[in-house]
Design a protein around this ligand. Sequence first.
Ligand code: 3EB
Length: 334
Amino acid sequence: MNDRLSLRVSYQEEPSAQWLEGPDDVLAVFEFGRSPLESSDPRHVPVALEQLDSPQRVEVWRCDGPIKTGSWDSLRFAQGEQLTMGHLALDLRAHGDMRNTSRRAYDILQSYLQQSPHQWPLKIWNYIPGINKGSGDEELYRQFCLGRADAVLIDPGDLPPLPAATAIGAPSGEPALQVYFLAGALPGLDVENPRQVSAWRYPRQYGPRSPLFSRGTILKLNGSRQFLISGTASVVGHQTHHENQVASQLSESFRNVQSLLDEGHRLMTDSHARLDNEGILKVYIRDPEDFELIRQTLEAEAPADIPRIYLQGDICRENLLTEIDGIVSCHRGP
Ligand code: 3EB
């Protein structure tokens, strides 16, 4: 039943090398707790965030092949029949400030996508060292958003399909800004969350340029549908809720995920995303001391059969303590 999905995602205990040398349908292997500058094969994506739960696992993406790999400037990619994974890590010490590095990353990403058969980014993950450093508009997350907006080509008055996204802090000792993505030949169906103001409409108080992402996108391929869920935090409207209360923030984030999936159902009408063993959830936690409480809170709320991993990562607003993203599959029926 799994093989009908266009992207098969799972967490696996074997080391990354075994997956890279193994089956020929492996599009990407994500390895946590390692600098993105240490990538070996284009399909190998080390991610600086430390895993908080055990056992240590890698995230494996598989899809229909043949899979061809290559590079474009400093971007490396793996291209399957219908989907491409690409990633880049830019050393901040070599590119000047965060705004410039972010603009450069998105310039490269766009020039790559423009000549790729899979031109449409469906979801982009951004891991940003020292994300909350600097105050006011100097905060590195806001500078990252500025650089992204500098690069992203959007006609004024036009609202093109936007990819889903996650933006999370990498350890401050990590030298590289990392961006990785999943792209396809057609744009995904954008889904916004009725409980939340769309991120591109955030008011000025959150920074000079709004984040550019949709709350989720639905990938429709080969008769299967998969929901790519953006980083989802305890934001209702545009405001942070439950300041300093990590368990309540987790519950609010999970309510936001469910509300987003319900909205996707409303748009698709004939299928519904399900939190089952064809999907994965990633839980980002600012303070490792909150891990046990967050884990218990999620255990009580999310179905037990959806695989999940817990990673240490700072959230893009200082008062946010946790965030959830994921990839889940949709099933026929009302
Ligand atoms: C929020 O809801 C949390 O800048 O790409 C979530 C997902 C967030 C993606 C991004 C930011 C981004 O505003 C922050």
